[in-house]
Design a binder for this molecule. Structure first.
Ligand code: SF4
Ligand code: SF4
Length: 303
């Protein structure tokens, strides 16, 4: 069932504090659509991670962390950092957001913990021939979520539609979760989604429909005056429910950058890691689109 945006009064079931940690600024890939544009920096990542871990241990409320980059698995002390993160009691979930190019032997060195989730992004511009095989093998040991990026070149599409089908079969067997990711771009502070070749657009729509019919799909909670319902994230997006300018949003999220600066998500505030206390208040949303699906779980109330 579809709702008019005006009938929705509340979005999101509530979320613990959410921290993104850019573990390094570089990556093995240089995807044409990368919003980050990987680069090298002079940061001593080993020293900085010790400072960050100390700060994270002092957070008094429950939180979740997303390890991002660049490519986080390129951090020189990656496995040790994971061990330390697992031991933090208030840290409830550790999501490793990776291009998944590292071999199975690398992942086998990571401590097993129910706190860990690997978000493996499939980037069709690069060959990652063992992507599906690794996903299947490691799904016995870790929670795995595949973020499947749809690019807009027919020569890539011809190859990636088969990979998508393999990923879908694994999701159908409940070995992992699968998310369809459309390309979008930022232009003059305005976000627009890629306009796809019609053949690719049809395939994406069909894929979104298949994923949203799975039992283990990712969802977002919406409430109207008489109903509350978890809807597939792809439906949430397709219906434009993420146009939330003027809504009161309980966002509590931070981004720890590769250079020791900490941004307060959706707020025009930055502090150094040494002075940041990871405390913040909700705001009235100033943006046309709420782009990050991780943030959809923060409670939002209509104006
Ligand atoms: S894998 Fe991710 S971080 Fe690396 S270049 Fe591609 S989009 Fe950017
Ligand atoms: S863009 Fe930020 S402030 Fe706006 S609704 Fe999304 S999370 Fe909240």
């Amino acid at each position: 069932m579809q709702y008019e945006n005006q009938k929705i009064l509340e979005i999101g079931q509530g979320s613990p504090l959410n921290i993104n940690w850019e573990m390094v600024s570089h990556c093995q890939y240089d995807c044409s659509y990368c919003y980050y544009r990987p680069f090298t920096s002079d940061t001593n990542y080993s020293t900085l991670s010790k400072i960050i871990l100390k700060k994270l241990k002092n957070i008094e409320e429950d939180f979740i962390i997303n390890l991002i980059g660049g490519e986080p698995t390129l951090h020189p002390d990656f496995t040790q950092v994971i061990d330390e993160l697992i031991s933090i009691e208030n840290l409830k979930e550790i999501r490793i957001v990776t291009n998944f190019i590292k071999p199975e032997s690398f992942w086998n060195k990571i401590q097993r913990s129910s706190k860990i989730k690997i978000t493996a992004s499939y980037h069709p511009e690069y060959k990652n021939k063992d992507f599906i095989k690794k996903s299947e093998i490691l799904s016995d040991q870790f929670n795995i979520d595949i973020a499947f990026l749809f690019t807009n070149k027919i020569e890539e599409f011809i190859k990636y539609k088969e990979v998508f089908e393999d990923a879908y079969q694994l999701a159908k067997q409940k070995k992992l979760t699968l998310n369809c990711v459309r390309l979008h771009k930022e232009e003059y502070n305005n976000t627009t989604y890629e306009e796809y070749d019609p053949e690719i657009e049809d395939f994406i729509k069909e894929s979104e429909h298949k994923v949203s019919s799975l039992d283990n799909k990712e969802t977002t909670l919406i409430k109207t005056s008489d109903i509350q319902k978890n809807i597939a994230k792809s439906h949430f997006l397709a219906n434009g429910y993420n146009k939330l300018k003027g809504w009161k949003c309980d966002i509590k999220a931070f981004i720890i950058h590769y250079d020791a600066q900490v941004s307060y998500a959706c707020k025009n505030t930055k502090k150094h890691i040494l002075t940041c206390d990871f405390k913040t208040e909700g705001i009235v949303c100033p943006f046309n689109l709420c782009e990050c699906d991780d943030y959809w779980s923060f409670k939002k109330v209509a104006p």
